[in-house]
Design a protein around this ligand. Sequence first.
Ligand SMILES: Cc1ncc(COP(=O)(O)O)c(C=O)c1O
Length: 357
Amino acid sequence: MSHKRLLIPGPSESPIEVLQQQTRWLIGHRSSEYTALYTGIIEKLGKYFETQRHAATLTASGTIWMDITARNMVKGRALAGVCGAFSDRMYKTIQDAGKPVDALKVEPGMAIKPEMVMEALGKADYDTVAIVHNETATGVRNPIEDIGKAIKKEYPDIMFVVDTVSSAGGDYLVPEKLNADLMFMSTQKCFALPPGLSIALYSDAAVERARSIPGRGHYTDLIAIHDYYQKKQQNPTTPNVSLLFALDYQLDRMLKEGPKARYERHLAMADLTRKWAAKKMKMFPEPGYESITVSTIANTLGKDIGALNKELGKRGYQIANGYGDLKEKTFRIGHMGEWTPNEIKSLLWHIDDIWGE
Ligand SMILES: Cc1ncc(COP(=O)(O)O)c(C=O)c1O
């Protein structure tokens, strides 16, 4: 099978030596060997995110944490910021769980601002606010640090849940600085690992909130996950041990590079892409709120993105069309994980060459 460099917003490119970690002999997930592996991972996550928060991994993609939010965080009523398809999923997941939730909706391409959140919070009694950091559909990066600060200043008891699925591990994020009670991510994005595993960082207040809510589900019970780790330093159900081998290995690489250096590298890749896009078309997000891990470009020249991707495929590259309703109206270049500015320059050169520019 030919190898296409994945410059899509997930899964991103996984280095071969990281992939190879998954071919190690399996170990029992109730063994002391596993306990050593898993406690090591939890420790490394704490170091990478410079946090004292609890950490957990779950063998499921990031969406599971939307269900966990609905069932473990929302006691009364939630406010969900909706600025694209993925944040809309959070809103719908809370609704599907039968919990009262209001959407704070902005037009695609626009960001959710602290003053919008504060205005909405004044209208009803909310105990949970869920905001996506990096809306992968529109390429918008919401100002979650400012939002978190504003919420906690007036409403310290509100649970602030942040979806960092497509930014954590690339963007620089420290849960304490964000005032995030629950922050979750998937391995197939900036962690440059295969899909199938999610990671969450959560506060003591989140544990306390979850304990006070009945009907948390079984696989989605944060307390079961938390208490099992506290007692046995393992997981309540069978984890994907192979993927955890790869995560452990990749965390060492990420720590070696460092979270700030990873941020700078992602910013440099975003900067190159934005400058290239500005010369011919236009970035889709409102200025000042562009993602650093995925650039969504407004297809103002009406280029055939499907055809472009076919040609890129012949040259060993793959980018992404717009998501959902934004297909062909926008296209997306994922510059997340292990990519470098040089690789981005090379991709952009190939696009120009295909377009004869
Ligand atoms: C911002 C955001 N949230 C949630 C998800 C869902 O994550 P997963 O596909 O890992 O369940 C995605 C997936 O692309 C995403 O980009």
